[in-house]
Structure formats: C-alpha cells, structure tokens
Write a protein that binds this ligand. Sequence first.
Ligand code: N01
Length: 535
Amino acid sequence: MAVEEFDVLIVGAGFSGLYTLHRFRQQGYSVRVLEAADGIGGTWYWNTYPGARCDAESIDYSYSFSPELEQEWTWTERYAAQPEILRYVDHVVERFDLRRDIRTGARVVTADYDENSVRWDVAIESGERFRSRYLIFATGGLSAPLEPPFPGVERFTGESYRTQMWPHEPVDLRGKRVAVVGTGSSGVQLIPVVAEQAARLTVFQRTANFSVPGRNRPLTAEEIERVKRDYPTVPAAQRNSHAGLNLHSTDLASTDMTESEQRARLEEQWALGGSFEMAVAFSDVALKMDANGLVADFIRAKIREQIGDRHRADLLTPRDHPYVGKRPCVDHGYYETFNRDNVDLVDIRSDPIAEITPTGITLTSGIEYETDVIVYANGYDAITGAINRIDIRGRGGKSLRELWSDGPRTYLGYGVAGFPNLLMVGGPGSPSIVVMAIALAEQQVEWLLNCLDHLRAAGIEEFEPTERAQDSWTELVAQLAAAIPAYANTESSYYNGANVPGKPRGYPMFMGGWVFYRQICGDVAAQGYVEFKPP
Ligand code: N01
C-alpha cells in the first residue's frame, strides 16, 4: 500500500484541528487531517443526544480569526444547540475549503518516530499508513468516551444509548420507560428533554452536581447588530479573561463586600444565568473556601427552591465538593423536571448499581428497575484519554503511554521530551478544558507557527523540549492545582482522573488561567524558544 507523505499530519477534525489545518496550510505546509469519526466536528459530531447544547455563549464560542466569518455567520440563540454548532462547523469547512485535506473514518492507532528519516509514521485502523515531518494532536480533552462501567451491559435486551456517541438517526423515546445513568453536563442536558418524551424516566444519580439555569433565549436583532459592529472587542476581551469567556467578572473578593453586597452580587449573577457567571461572582470563588461556600450555599438554596419534594431536593443538593471543583453544569429546566409525575430519582450513592440485566437495572440491595431503554451518560477519560489510546513511540521506541503512566509530562502542553516534532493543541499541560477550546486553539496554533518559523530559520528541523523544561512545567502544573483550594478540596472529578479506574490522580491541565498561560508562552517566544532543542 502506498504511504502518503505530508509536512504535517493532524489528528482530529474538531474546532482545534480545523484551525490547525487552516493556518498551517496558509503558511505553505502540506497538511492532512486524520479524523476517527465519519464526519467533521469532533465532540459536536458525536454528541447528538437530545438537549445537547454548548455551555459557553455562542458569541464567545466562535472563531475569531476571520472578520468576514464573524460578519457572515449569525447565531440564533444565547447558547447554541448542537445542530447549529455543527452547521457552523460545516460553514467554516466550506468557507475555508478545508474538506479536501481531511480524511474521515481514519482512526489513528499507532504513531512511530523514525529517527533516520526524521518522520512520523502513522497508521490508521484500516492499516493504511501516512508519514509526516510534524505530527500534531488536536484530539480534544473530552473525546475518549468511557464504556458503561457495569456488569451485564451487553445482556440488556432493550435499547441502549450513550450520550458520547448518540445515533445520527432519530431515536423515538415516546411512550417508553427510559433509564438515564449519570448526572454530569450530558445527563443534566438530556434529562429534561427525555422527560417530555418518555412515558416514564428514571434517573440514576451517584453525585449531585451544581447546576445553574442557563436562561437560554433567542438573540435579538439589536444584539446581533451590536455584536457585529463591535466584533474586534469580543475576542480581545476574551483574551484578557481567565477562561477565554466574556463574563461579568469582578476584581472584588467576597471579603471586599458587606453581606448584603455579597447577596446582591450573587442574585445579580444568578439572574444573568450560567454556571460560569456564578464562578466569577467574587474574585476569590476558587481561591478561598469561605467565598466558595457563599456561592455553593446560595446555589444549594436555589436548587431547593426549584424542587417541590423535600426528599428529592435533598438528594439533588450537591454536598461533597466545592463549587467549580467538579465542572458545574448549565441547565435548561433540569431541577423542575423532578417535579414531574413521570420522573423518578434513584440514589446510587447509597445503593450502587450491581448489574444490568436483560430487562433493566438491579441495585446492590436487590431492587430491580425494569426499563425499555437505558441511556448511559457516564463521561470521558478526560485530557489524556484520546492521546493515550494511540500507541505512540518516540526516539528509541519509547512509549508515550509508559512515559505518562504516572500522569502526563509536557512542556507548556506543546511538546514532549523524547518525541521530536510531536506537537499538541489543547493537550495535557495546557489549560485544556478550563479555557474555551476555540480561543485556546487559535492562540496555541499561532504560537506553534511562530515557534516553527523561528526554529527553521535557525536551521532546526527536528526538535523536542528539554527534560529540564518539561520537569519544571509539569511541576508547576501540579503546584498550581494544589494551590487552588476549590480543586485541592475536590476528591473525585474527571478533572483529576478519579472517574477512571487505575488512572493516576492529578490535575493534568494548567489551572493558572489563560492570561498567565499566554504571558508565559509570550515570554518563552521572546526568549527564542530556547528549551526546544534538536534531540
Ligand atoms: O460526563 P461527567 P459528561 N456509577 O463525567 C456518573 C463537557 N460537556 O459527559 O459524579 C454511577 O461530567 C458520574 O457520577 P460521579 C463538559 O465539560 C459539555 O456529563 O462520578 N455513576 C456523573 O454523574 C462536561 O463537564 C457540554 O459520581 C457513574 C456522570 O456519570 C464534560 O463534557 C455538554 C459511574 C458523568 O458525568 C463531561 O460531561 C456535555 C458509575 N460507575 C458535556 N461512572 C456542554 O457544552 C460515571 N458515573 C453543555
């Protein structure tokens, strides 16, 4: 079989991979994107479950590299639903003629570095191989779905669905008994929609999460006009923010306010809607447990107000983690759903699922729930999962998976010692997941292009970070997470790997905020990328 060769191979055709393709191609590199799915769009291709919607506002959740694109495209709602986001992806793909360089249905299984030819040799599931000088992973932080973790899943004779890979054909839940397992962002979005369709919905909850109503609504003509007129200010403000989002944040700590000012501020943010607005109610929400407690207590009280039944309200009230320690959800009618007569809530913290049977779900106590449909919304092997599922071998056949067996080690999230010309966008060690992915990709790709220009001008065609730089970056990433009380006081979350049996515990992403990250990247560039050296 002929082996196709390119300057750059990119793994993943989500928002990050698409921008990487666009810019590297513009700079004159020959590029091929290898995408596992049968379509383009990454997480937005896979997550077609009912209710799927972005939890960042659509105006922010957009590319900023093209003023023409900003003017042409018009979002219809405050939070875009999955089909609209996929239409935006399609528009971008056509607009910038990206499709011709993307190979879909091409799941990368191995990547081997050939030191003699200074090339990466990449194989996809079909056995076809590709070679390139640079290999860029744009695989996404939440793209490695976890299998439903219960014995007997395959014995169930009804219909089973997974939010992470919902069928692209319509699923009819009308008149059926439906069980949903999992109450993270996916479950919280899906549950209100399913409740309206199903005859009976039973929600299996292990951990109550914090969720804040999104207050979604159509964008008005005046808003659209204003945004389009002021567009350059939107991404500019994003770049000066912690998470790449335009939020109503404040420099005031909770301790700078009186009790009544705190209360007013919390009500104000609550009225705006969305969990990120609550996270910036005070400047110290993640940094001081007292401030965190104010926000958490406020949301707990609001949750209770939304639910009629006291026992249910109690079960749905989060108690085991600080606000933002686990990713909080943005909902659209979640708590009200539990006031419906056709909805049940089962606490699988006190009575865990023992097995899936041919007819339903059995708990450890022996209680059985018969159902026609089971929906698993059980989450992802976050940040490292997608890369670690590929067998990647660097210099001397060294395995990346083995190198990362105690947690990922990278330099700035861009590269790994011992793996020349392997690069990452939104990878471990970057502010992956905690900074809005599109904005982060735009910044990182520009940085990488400048880095390559600089190194190539110096005659360096093969490079990797030094061990020393990688060690100190890995240490900094760990120290930052440990120094932020909201994370340090959260025991179990996909952020720290606790949701995956056997995964090393630790925060694999840079938690110091985007401004700080960009400042460090800028300093490294100004100093001539000195920690990237030939092997
Ligand atoms: O996954 P999750 P998700 N027994 O890991 C439960 C993004 N996203 O797909 O909390 C019983 O958050 C688990 O329980 P627990 C967003 O960043 C964005 O919902 O581990 N239960 C939890 O309730 C989000 O944060 C959007 O105790 C088990 C659930 O399954 C991220 O993706 C929409 C279990 C998993 O929740 C992931 O969200 C959707 C077990 N053995 C997703 N194992 C938007 O943009 C797991 N669970 C809006």
